[in-house]
Every structure is written in structure tokens, then in C-alpha cells.
Design a protein around this ligand. Structure first.
Ligand SMILES: [Zn+2]
Length: 494
């Protein structure tokens, strides 16, 4: 059943929206009587009522699917529903029972629907959709110097914002309610993420290449972003201190970054051991010997003493390095498509598992993935882990969902008290609606379409479309922006 406008209005009329409207009417009357303020009680009431309605704050919904999956518990439920109120799940259980128990709540019953806590893209560069489908068969080094750097030099804040909007829409449609981004002009990424209503960790990727003046300006930019995020008071928005990599950031900058993270109580994010030659590059550029990454980072204060780094890629870490990172509260994010795409190898999933370190899954940017689909990434992770690794579909689904607790402080699950960050997939062609939906979601991603996405109870995707986004016109803008970048790159239009 679709969640059309008439249902929305009729459901809300019986609920909080009308109560709030009536209270607002009363507020208008009191203001007029007591203070002589020229407020029309009817107008105040109607305006506030609709403001609440549009903002989704009045949402009291019963969401019912044929199935529900709780990765934290490793459980499949049939005919399951959740009741959402005030951004959290206030009741959960058999769908039919809930519909009867909450007759005046908005009702969303999704045929062949699978309800699941929504996903987190734990490492991405959203704006890199502007550089999509350009990598060919280039390896990491050539890709970076020939594809990425020349184009990134041309990107201004508006282009980064537009690319981030495109990337955010793609992620939302893949069932992700949150992402962890690292880029420049990050305030434009932030604006795009907020516009869509997604959760985001927005970080400025610092690079100094050993230049002390550059290190200082990079730290200044990070402080500026942290101030901006703090000033917003938006619980969906977070930031972290993000030195780009150990081979592009001097030991001095890494150490300063750790101090800043400690002072501000922020996480520290870093690309680590993505490529096989990072120890050599670090030695050549900064004259330091790296025996193992965990010791190097802890020697600089980047691991331990209140700093628990989130490390992206980790393609070339040993089990001992993972264990040491894990003991220091570190967190690993695996990016299998990007690693394979750029010839960096496959993430060592068995070492990750046996070390016990917490881990998530990320797409990395579309420049090195070409796709921003969380389910495709999940399938690749499951395939790479392989038979006998101990990583079953629940482990994969946990990597997709549980990082939301670390990054956004939300409670992930389908139980009472959990945050209403939910995705509802509809099973279509390419799925088997009569079989295990957890296996289906991971191994037949093409058969599962994200029909609804809620972030803190607010709809971001409705009936398969992102709320408030005209995809056709967004694609026009995207195409124009890419032509503009490529044109400037070729010297046309200068
Ligand atoms: Zn990256």
C-alpha cells in the first residue's frame, strides 16, 4: 500500500498534528488577548500545524513488512511491524496486532517488504561521483595522479555540493541513512547531507606533504569545520579530525591531529595501509621507519591515550596490527570494491575477524568504485570472506548497520527504544520472496529495492523516491557539472 498524501493527512488529523494545531490556535488567542499582539489565531494554528506535518515531527506510524531482519540479534521475523513515534521505535511485534493496537496511527504496509535497520556507508567521498567511470584499468598511483588530482584542482564548493547531493541520493536509495565523508569544501558536503535529511560525519582530509605552513592551515580548516558543526546543534551531523594518510601527512601533523582530536573530544579518521607500499612511501617522504602501523600511530599519539582511530581500507595490515588497533579502541572500515578496482588487493577479512576489531563497510568514492551501493559492497565482502571464514550474512549485515552506534550514537535494532533509522526493501524480480530474506538481501541485491528510508523516524525515501529531489533535473545539473570540469581540464572554455 502506498503512503499517499491523503493517508498522510487523514492519519495526522487524528494525531499529534491536530493537537499541536489546536494548541497553536490557543497560543494565538492568548498572545492576542494578553499582549495585544496582532497574530491571527487561525493563521498561527494552521501554519504551525502544517509546519509540523511537513517536518515529519508528527509522524506516528506503524510500519509493517512481510519480513524484518535484526542483524544485532541475528533474527528474521515474519509479518513484523514497528511503531515509530518521536524518532524511536515505541513498540514492535506482529504486524496485524500492532495495526489493531494503534488504529489512529499512519499505517505503512509494504507488500513483499523487508524491514531492516538502515545502513551506514562508513567511508566515502560523496562528491567523487563527479569523477565516476574514469579509472579504466589504472592502478592506484596512476589513477590518483592522472584522474583524481587534475580534476580535484578544478572543483569549487558548488560542484562539490552538487556531487555530494547526487552521491547522497544514491546512498539513500541503497538503504543508507548515514555516511562518513572525507573531502575538501566539506561545508558543501554538509549542506547536501542536511538537505537530504541523512546523518553524516563530515571531515576535512588534511594533507601537508611535510610542509609546516600547510600543516598549520590544514589544522585551521579542521578547527573551522569543527566549530561550524558544533554551532549547528544538529544531532545528525558529526565531525572528526582527518589526516588523509600517514604517507601524505608528516609525523608532526599526525601528532598535532591527535592532540586536536583529544582536545575537542573528536574521533580521528585516517586512510591506512590501502596500498602495499605505504611504509616505503612514508620512509622516503618523512625519513621515518615504520615497523608496524599500530606502533607508528601509537608513538605519535594517534592510537591510545583517548584517541581511537577509525582506519579506512586496512588492506595491508597484519592480524597483529589489527589486534593492536582494536585494543586501542580503533575501528576498521573495509572497502573491497575500491581495493580490487585500483589493484590494491583484497581486504584481509580473516585477519580482521580473528583480531576481534570492530569493523564497518564503505564504498569509498565513486571515482574508485563507480557505484555507491551498500548491498553490492556487502555481497562482495561476503564473497571475499568465503566459505569457512566465519563471516555469515548476519556478520555482513552487522557491518552495514552497527557502525551507526559508533558514528552517530544511535541505538540500532528493531526493539522498543531503538532509533527509527529504518530501511524497507521491496522484494521484486531477482529475489525469492519465499526464502530467507537475509541471504537474499546479501546475495541477490538486485532483487531488493529500497522503497522507504526513515532517519530518526523522518521519511527520506518514500515509494522509491528521495523526498524533495527531482532526479531528472539533478541528473541534468550533474551532467552539466561534469562537462564543465572536463571542458576546463581540456582547456575548453577558458
Ligand atoms: Zn577514501
Amino acid at each position: 500500500m502506498s503512503w499517499d498524501a491523503a493517508k498522510r493527512v487523514s492519519a495526522a488529523l487524528g494525531g499529534f498534528g491536530l493537537s499541536f494545531g489546536l494548541c497553536s490556535f490557543g497560543f494565538g488567542v492568548v498572545c492576542r488577548a494578553a499582549f495585544g499582539l496582532r497574530l491571527s489565531p487561525v493563521l498561527v494554528g494552521v501554519k504551525l500545524y502544517f509546519a509540523i506535518l511537513v517536518s515529519g515531527l508528527s509522524a506516528m506510524s506503524v510500519v509493517v513488512g512481510d519480513y524484518a531482519l535484526d542483524p544485532g540479534l541475528g533474527r528474521v521475523y515474519r509479518g513484523f511491524g514497528v511503531v515509530v513515534e518521536g524518532g524511536v521505535i515505541v513498540d514492535a511485534g506482529e504486524g496485524d496486532v500492532l495495526v489493531g493496537r494503534y488504529p489512529r496511527y499512519e499505517r505503512l504496509v509494504v507488500k513483499r517488504g523487508v524491514i531492516v535497520p538502515s545502513f551506514v556507508d562508513s567511508h566515502t567521498h560523496l562528491a567523487m561521483v563527479l569523477l565516476r567511470a574514469r579509472a579504466g584499468l589504472l592502478g592506484m598511483g596512476e589513477w590518483f595522479s592522472e584522474v583524481v588530482l587534475p580534476r580535484e584542482r578544478l572543483l569549487g564548493p558548488a560542484e562539490v555540493g552538487l556531487g555530494s547531493l547526487v552521491g547522497g541520493v544514491e546512498l539513500a536509495l541503497s538503504g543508507a541513512s548515514g555516511f562518513v565523508d572525507m573531502y575538501f569544501h566539506e561545508e558543501s558536503v554538509l549542506e547536501a547531507g542536511r538537505r537530504l535529511g541523512l546523518r553524516g560525519v563530515y571531515t576535512y582530509g588534511m594533507v601537508d606533504n611535510g610542509d609546516p605552513a600547510k600543516a598549520e592551515s590544514e589544522l585551521r580548516e579542521t578547527r573551522r569545520l569543527a566549530d561550524l558543526v558544533a554551532s549547528l546543534g544538529d544531532r545528525r551531523v558529526r565531525t572528526a579530525v582527518a589526516p588523509h594518510t600517514p604517507y601524505t601527512c608528516s609525523p608532526a601533523l599526525l601528532s598535532e591531529a591527535a592532540t586536536l582530536a583529544r582536545e575537542r573530544g573528536l574521533d580521528l579518521h585516517i586512510h591506512l595501509a590501502e596500498r602495499a607500499d605505504e611504509k616505503r612511501l612514508t620512509a622516503e617522504r618523512f625519513g621515518v621507519e615504520v615497523r608496524d602501523w599500530a606502533s607508528y600511530l601509537s608513538g605519535l599519539g594517534v592510537l591510545g591515550g583517548g584517541v581511537s582511530p577509525v582506519c579506512f581500507h586496512c588492506t595491508h595490515l597484519s592480524q597483529d596490527e589489527f589486534s593492536a588497533l582494536g585494543r586501542g579502541g580503533g575501528f576498521a572500515v573495509l572497502n573491497p570494491t575500491s581495493n580490487l578496482r585500483l589493484g590494491n588487493g583484497a581486504p584481509p577479512i580473516r585477519s580482521v575477524l580473528s583480531s576481534g576489531i570492530g569493523f564497518g563497510l564503505g564504498t569509498d568514492g565513486a571515482a574508485s568504485n563507480d557505484d555507491l551501493s551498500m548491498l553490492s559492497e556487502a555481497k562482495l565482502l561476503a564473497l571475499l570472506a568465503g566459505v569457512g571464514s566465519g563471516l555469515d550474512v548476519w556478520g555482513v549485515l552487522r557491518a552495514l548497520t552497527l557502525p551507526a552506534e559508533r558514528f552517530f550514537g544511535v541505538k540500532v535494532g528493531l526493539r522498543m527504544g531503538c532509533t527509527a533509522d529504518l530501511a524497507v526493501f521491496r522484494m521484486g524480480l531477482g529475489s525469492n520472496p519465499a526464502a530467507d530474506p537475509a541471504l537474499g538481501l546479501v546475495f541477490s541485491p538486485g532483487g531488493f529495492k529500497c522503497e522507504y528510508l526513515f532517519v530518526g523516524g523522518k521519511p527520506v525515501v518514500e515509494a522509491g523516491s528521495v523526498v524533495g529531489v527531482d532526479v531528472d533535473s539533478l541528473m541534468d545539473d550533474y551532467e552539466r557539472a561534469v562537462y564543465s570540469v572536463e571542458g576546463r581540464l581540456a582547456g575548453v572554455g577558458r
